[in-house]
Design a protein around this ligand. Structure first.
Ligand code: 0A1
Ligand code: ZN
Length: 883
């Protein structure tokens, strides 16, 4: 291991910094292999820190120190201590401001971890969150140290004609030797993780946005020159996001310039650096023929997310990294609402819940479970998790549901007023919500400190004589590592009641005067009863509408009742949910029969009838209909089993798909015929819906294994002018024994070899195939000339897709899938520890499988831990997974 005994950081040990930095002046002389960094830090003792002298400890890693000065005087080596992690100056003035000046050298080309300053396709760029700034210069690299930055960049004019940093450009000039310089100044105080610079041969798409108060903001999207034709959608998305934040939150942009740079090598999705966002190309570049509808929507979502961070993250930032969800949970909540407003509210909610259930719920149920506000970490980069982001967003959403939109807005306004320019905690956020609404959220705060997914047991008893319904709700939460006992949560349960004719019954709680078509119940006890009155008939209960709390709900229902809700629930989430439950029950019953060797039963008529009604009757939101017609995913079905049986799940689900394909054949055909016309370049919700529905129909039709359908599919592949259609057809071919499959794959490759993002799709499609030779194909693809372990998108497309989106083959009973992943992680860890650690997560779910698989998965984890030179990133995930 690089560090024999990696150190754990605890929330309980938080102390304010001993020193503050008011101003930072940085000078970079940029070069691919030898960048020279001079930093002038204006420091002073923190008045809130304990009095008396304290050594000044500046974090720094992988830096070559050339000199240190204190107030202009060169320090001798005896006056400071240097270690692999820090530069410590023991004696600095305690009673006045002083300047520490350092000169260091770094090698961006050697930086394959993509943290700090690195090279991507010849362009120099930075990634500083969470603790990457210390790989650029010695610094108080913690978010509660906020400073004003000026940055001067100089570089060769030919290789780096464009030089960018945070803030506004305040000067530029030429230098000898074909070099030039540009100076940037950021008037806003910021933590070091928001620092950024970019240098390269870039071109930009420029536009402007006029704010509500009439200021004109320059907008620029910088890309490699050949990508300039794929920036229009990103630009439009940015303008939409700016307008939305003004309309919904009353928040305007605060600098004169907003820049986005797209880079081909990036560990995550994108980064909200002040005034200079750096994005993974995947979330910027789009052209109708290269990007799918999902890509278009995700680009708008991620552009929105980073833009919204300007207020929730940058102006108000985190006190320490345990508070990460302060900015991430809130900003995800904001970007979800933005996308819901821009697309289909129902589809967005369902997509988000699907993601929560298949990624966050397993995390919360496994050895890596941690609270939304974790208590400790070894490597903070391991905590950019579904829990901190997605569950964090659900927690904010519950506050929104409890307070209502107006109350929430009051709370967030107060939060902005109170904390602008500060580094704060999730507690400060909740406090602002409380104070603005005069409510007590003490118990609610448990959502931040307790890990695990609560389970609700709901029973409904109707009393015809009293015309009342008693709902008994019990909540429990299983133990998680370090938390044996859980206390009850405070959560909103949105409730509707439906009459036998499908109409809404008024919801009135006993003792309350008003009735409404739905109500938000407040659950606070471990066991609690709600009495609903004035009910002329026994209602069908529709609870947890819109998925009002991130919980697992158990409520006994007949298949009849589920079919009824699938056709009648006015809550679009619960209507979809009913269909999913209906299908899940039927598929899981089949799984049991497969396991016991019993003959399969025919597929229940209620599912077929329910689907038939959805196919035939319509409804305006076609994307929503496409979701109603999609069976629960294999990973969600797995979530519902005590011991996941990947083979039986796959087989059972396939059988049901095939039956639905056969029974509704004409309906699928007519759907396909109705919507198959290509509509190049159209990305409105209606056109997206038509494509989604048509491609769902095609997916069912191909299960019929008939030459006419094969031909239909091939035609769609060849004639498509939109990537959504081309990829959908190719996916169907790759997952079947289509005779033209091999030819289609190679022609797709030839057509798109110059577009890395499309080639990523080509890798991922093959990695997620259900066909029996998939693992062999994946192994072969490792040797493909276009495969590159240094490019995270490529690694995710092949290794990530195979291990996270192909349960059937990854979990092959002989353990070959696990060994494949173990091998890759060991090699990758030396290149990019952060990415290697993220790829480990499938192995942490060993407890969900049978004895044999458990053993094989743990074997790989042990093997990884036993590897010499393992990073602390991988060490933390692997050891905690086994604990
Ligand atoms: N703050 C970014 C995500 C991000 C986090 C870490 C990174 O590198 C380690 C990069 C990006 C966001 O939420 O979009
Ligand atoms: Zn974020």
């Amino acid at each position: 291991m690089r560090d024999a005994n990696p150190k754990t950081t605890y929330l309980k040990d938080y102390r304010p910094p001993d020193y503050l930095i008011d101003a930072v002046d940085l000078h970079f002389s940029l070069d691919e292999e030898e960048t020279h960094v001079q930093a002038w830090l204006t420091l002073r003792k923190n008045p809130d820190a304990p009095k008396g002298p304290a050594p000044l400890e500046l974090a720094g890693e992988e830096l070559l120190l050339e000199s240190v000065r204190l107030d202009g005087r060169v320090l001798t080596p005896a006056e400071y201590q240097l270690s692999a992690e820090a530069l410590v100056v023991s004696s600095v003035p305690a009673d006045r401001a002083f300047i520490v000046e350092t000169e260091t050298r770094i090698n961006p080309k050697a930086n394959t971890a993509l943290e700090g300053l690195y090279l991507s396709n010849g362009m120099l760029c930075t990634q500083c969150e969470a603790e990457g700034f210390r790989k650029i210069t010695y610094f108080l690299d913690r978010p509660d140290v906020m400073a004003r930055y000026t940055t001067t960049l100089s570089a060769d004019k030919t290789r780096f004609p464009v030089l960018l940093a945070n803030g506004n450009k305040v000067g530029e000039g030429v230098l000898d030797g074909n070099r030039h310089w540009v100076k940037w100044s950021d008037p806003y105080k910021k933590p070091s993780y928001l620092f950024a610079l970019v240098a390269g041969r870039l071109e930009c798409l420029a536009d402007t946005f006029t704010t509500a108060s009439g200021r004109t903001i320059d907008l620029r999207i910088y890309v490699e020159p050949h990508d300039l034709d794929k920036c229009d959608h990103a630009m439009q998305s940015l303008k939409n996001a700016m307008a939305w934040d003004e309309a919904v939150y009353g928040r305007q942009y605060d600098l004169d310039l907003y820049m986005i740079v797209a880079v081909g090598h990036f560990n995550m999705g994108a980064m909200e650096n002040k005034g200079l966002n750096i994005f993974n190309t995947k979330y910027v570049l789009a052209r109708p023929d290269t990007a799918t509808d999902t890509d278009y929507q995700q680009i708008e979502g991620v552009i929105g997310h980073e833009y919204f961070h300007n207020w929730t993250g940058n102006r108000i930032t985190c006190r320490d990294w345990f508070q990460l969800s302060l900015k991430e949970g809130l900003t995800v909540f904001r970007d979800q609402a933005f996308t819901a407003d821009r697309t289909s509210r129902a589809v967005k909610r369902i997509t988000d819940v699907n993601m929560l259930r298949t990624r966050q719920f397993p995390e919360d149920a496994g050895p890596l479970a941690h609270p939304v506000r974790p208590d400790s970490y070894i490597e903070i980069n391991n905590f950019y998790t579904a829990t901190v982001y997605e569950k964090g967003a659900e927690v904010v959403r519950m506050i929104h549901t409890l307070l209502g939109p107006a109350g929430f807005r009051k709370g967030i306004d107060l939060y902005f007023d109170r904390h602008d320019g500060q580094a704060v905690t999730t507690d400060d956020f909740v406090k602002a919500m409380e104070d603005a609404n005069q409510v007590d959220l003490t118990q609610f705060r448990r959502w931040y400190s307790q890990a695990g997914t609560p389970e609700l047991q709901v029973e409904a008893a109707y009393d015809p004589a009293a015309r009342s319904l008693t709902l008994t709700v019990q909540q429990t939460c299983s133990p998680t590592p370090g938390q044996a006992e859980k206390k009850p949560y405070h959560m909103p349960l949105t409730l509707g009641l439906i009459a036998s004719d499908g109409s809404a019954l008024p919801v009135r709680l006993q003792g309350e005067a008003d009735a409404a078509s739905q109500k938000v119940l407040q659950l606070t006890e471990g066991k609690q009863q709600f009495r609903l009155v004035d009910l002329p008939e026994k209602p069908v209960v529709s609870i947890l509408r819109d998925f009002s709390a991130p919980v697992k709900l158990n409520l006994q229902r007949s298949l009849e009742e589920l079919a009824f809700l699938l056709s009648h629930d006015s809550d679009s989430f619960n209507r979809w949910e009913a269909g999913q439950q209906l299908a899940s029950r039927i598929i899981l019953r089949r799984v049991e029969r497969i396991q016991s060797g019993a003959a399969p039963e025919p597929v229940d008529e209620r599912l077929i009838g329910g689907f038939r009604a959805v196919v035939e009757q319509g409804g305006k939101d076609l994307s929503y209909r496409a979701l109603l017609l999609t069976l629960p995913s294999e990973s969600y079905l797995g979530e519902l089993m005590a011991v996941i049986d990947v083979d039986a799940i796959h087989q059972a689900r396939q059988q049901v798909r095939k039956t639905l394909a056969e029974m509704l054949r004409e309906a699928w055909e007519s759907l396909y015929q109705r919507y198959h016309h290509s509509e190049p370049g159209r990305f409105d919700a209606a056109a997206i819906g038509r494509r989604a529905l048509k491609n769902v129909a095609l997916g069912y039709l191909i299960e019929l294994a008939q030459p006419v359908i094969d031909a239909l599919c091939e035609r769609q592949f060849r004639e498509a002018r939109m990537m959504t259609d081309q990829l959908a057809a190719l996916s169907v071919m790759v997952n079947s024994r289509h005779p033209a499959k091999a030819e289609a794959l190679s022609s797709f490759y030839r057509q798109w070899q110059a577009q890395p993002l499309v080639i990523d799709k080509w890798f991922a499609l093959q990695a997620t195939s259900r066909m029996p030779d998939t693992r062999a194909v994946v192994e072969r693809l490792l040797d493909h000339p276009a495969f590159d372990l240094r490019n995270p998108n490529r690694v995710r497309a092949l290794v990530g897709a195979f291990s996270q989106a192909n349960a059937l083959h990854f979990h092959a009973a002989d353990g070959a899938g696990y060994r494949f992943l173990g091998d890759r992680i060991i090699v990758l860890d030396r290149i990019n520890p952060q990415l290697a650690a993220r790829l480990l997560s499938p192995l942490s779910h060993w407890h969900c499988y049978d004895e044999n698989r458990r053993r094989l998965m743990k074997q790989q984890l042990e093997r990884i831990i036993g590897t010499e030179t393992i990073s602390k990133d991988v060490y933390e995930v692997a050891t905690k997974s086994l604990a």
